[in-house]
Design a protein around this ligand. Structure first.
Ligand code: PEP
Length: 252
């Protein structure tokens, strides 16, 4: 049985006070929640991680970082390591988000190093990938996605996938209001699962959660989550409002 997961990527939003408030709201609302088995994750900015961990301590909300460096320490100005994340109680990290790839030149090779570092530190990873609009228009989306997964993850042993969640995020749907249709999401998720099965076998493929991300909202989450290979969502904009986020958590 695969885990159902809804994760909120807060991106570069919310200062310390606003993060604490939103984390508390999510934790409080979740306590009244009827859906007990969906894993709920929030990813505030680095400066708010410790406070969010504290604010959600008595709830089942987990806190993730939005990025990390692959080295443990040293002369890497502005960077944060896995050990530092763990020192504030954060055991999950989002890697490979399209904004990191686009604005911070993160390549598959760099991401492979980050993945290795996170796993070496026994962290859980939400690994993001997805095609840009030009790839979709030219029908190249499967090749692009397959290469992103292979290049950053396929050096790993099967066991590593116990700690990895995949997140398919078509770049053309992120923050644009344009959502992949439930059928487009399902087709790609099925392709991703097949790619995993071809390399690691059916057991690994069938037990790896694959999230959809890209303008997921309370109004479309139910239909997207109803697809057999969609195991939840990575939510950007709609995760900044506790009611919207919880509505998505409850969309299963
Ligand atoms: C994201 O950034 O991971 C994302 C899915 O954003 P949005 O929901 O705003 O499209």
């Amino acid at each position: 049985m695969r885990k159902q997961i809804v994760a909120g990527n807060w991106k570069m939003n919310n200062d310390l006070a606003a993060s604490k408030k939103l984390a508390k709201q999510v934790a409080k609302k979740l306590k009244k929640d009827k859906v007990k088995n969906t894993k709920v994750i929030i990813a505030p900015t680095f400066v708010s991680l410790a406070s969010a961990v504290k604010a959600t301590k008595k709830s089942r909300v987990k806190v993730a970082a939005q990025n990390m460096h692959f080295e443990e320490s040293g002369a890497f100005t502005g960077e944060i390591s896995a050990k530092m994340l763990k020192s504030v109680g954060v055991k999950t990290v989002i890697l490979g988000h399209s904004e990191r790839r686009e604005y911070f030149a993160e390549t598959d090779a760099l991401l492979a190093k980050k993945v290795d570092a996170a796993l070496a530190n026994k962290m859980n990873i939400i690994f993001c990938f997805g095609e840009v609009l030009a790839d979709r228009k030219s029908g190249n989306q499967e090749t692009v996605v397959e290469n992103q997964i292979k290049n950053a993850l396929f050096h790993l042993k099967a066991d590593a996938f116990k700690n990895i969640v995949l997140a398919y995020e078509p770049v053309w749907a992120i923050g644009t209001g344009e959502t992949a249709s439930p059928e487009q999401a399902q087709d790609m998720h099925a392709f991703i699962r097949k790619t995993m099965a071809d390399k690691y076998g059916a057991d690994v493929a069938n037990s790896t959660s694959i999230l959809y991300g890209g303008s997921c909202k309370p109004t479309n989450a139910k239909e997207i989550f109803s697809k057999p290979d969609v195991d939840g969502g990575l939510i950007g904009g709609a995760a900044l409002n506790a009611d919207d986020f919880l509505a998505i958590v409850n969309a299963f």
